[in-house]
Design a protein. Structure first.
Length: 267
């Protein structure tokens, strides 16, 4: 009976992880959210193997510890351990997202604001979440920890596409990748595997897109095609998560600590 904990499970990629994993009644799914969306609540009502853990804010260490305690209580009736942790929670600062590095301000507090939002979720929150759930992972059978990263952190991609924006987001994801590799080095003697997993360019928008977003996506597509000329556009969350689950299923000690692009994965 594999067990999974997913952060940021209320919408988008996180909720799709919950939906696809819930199709197998033998799975136990812990959906960690600050506040559950109506769609997630509806999923949980129709699938008794989904357990929603509310007020689980990965940017607040006390909140993450409380979520881990609740997870332990839920899992206690079975093995008491957690098989797979998926740190999917994500955040960006839209006020600074479009700015290149030359626009970092000469002010301590303003610079902290420039960088902090994505780092607090990807790096700090990644460590807090991993550490809080680590005792449960140690008791699990599969012993896998997966952090959702981004190709935006790939320096070859940056240079090839010419993308100078999304600075703080890219740096946060790059830091996440290093942190995941460090966890792999530390936890290998315990049989725990870690992974930074790129989901692809995924369409997570759930309502009609405003014109400015459509325009921005067209610009991004043109830049992405400098690196991947055959790229047609965004993929659905369903396709992305299906690809990611294949990677997670195949994760072994040889791949631990690496960065893998889900769509390029070959078992």
């Amino acid at each position: 009976m594999p067990s999974y904990a997913i952060t940021g499970a209320s919408k988008g990629i996180g909720r799709e992880f919950v939906r696809q994993l819930a199709q197998s009644p033998s799975n136990t799914i812990l959906a960690l959210v600050r506040s559950p969306s109506p769609a997630l609540l509806a999923l949980a009502q129709s699938h008794p193997n989904i357990h929603i853990i509310k007020n689980a804010d990965t940017t607040d260490p006390s909140s993450v510890l409380a979520a881990a305690r609740e997870a332990s209580q839920i899992l206690g009736d079975s093995s008491g351990g957690l098989d797979v942790l998926i740190h999917n929670a994500n955040s960006v600062n839209l006020d600074t997202f479009a700015l290149p590095p030359s626009k970092v301000p000469f002010d301590l507090e303003a610079t902290r604001t420039f960088y902090e939002v994505p780092a607090r979720t990807a790096i700090w929150g990644g460590a807090w979440t991993t550490n809080a759930f680590l005792p449960l992972i140690e008791k699990g059978q599969l012993k896998k920890i997966v952090h959702i990263t981004s190709t935006m952190a790939d320096t070859d991609f940056i240079l090839g596409s010419g993308i100078d924006y999304a600075l703080a987001y890219a740096i946060a994801k790059a830091g996440m990748n290093v942190q995941v590799a460090k966890y792999a080095a530390e936890l290998a003697p315990k049989g725990i595997k870690t992974l930074s997993l790129c989901p692809g360019w995924v369409d997570t928008w759930e309502s009609p897109k405003p014109p400015q977003l459509v325009e921005a996506e067209e610009l991004m597509l043109a830049q992405f095609r400098k690196v991947e000329p055959d790229l047609k556009g965004q993929i659905s969350v369903q396709e992305s998560v299906s690809q990611q689950l294949k990677v997670i299923d195949a994760l072994d000690a040889a791949r631990s600590g690496t960065v893998i692009k889900a769509r390029d994965f070959k078992a």
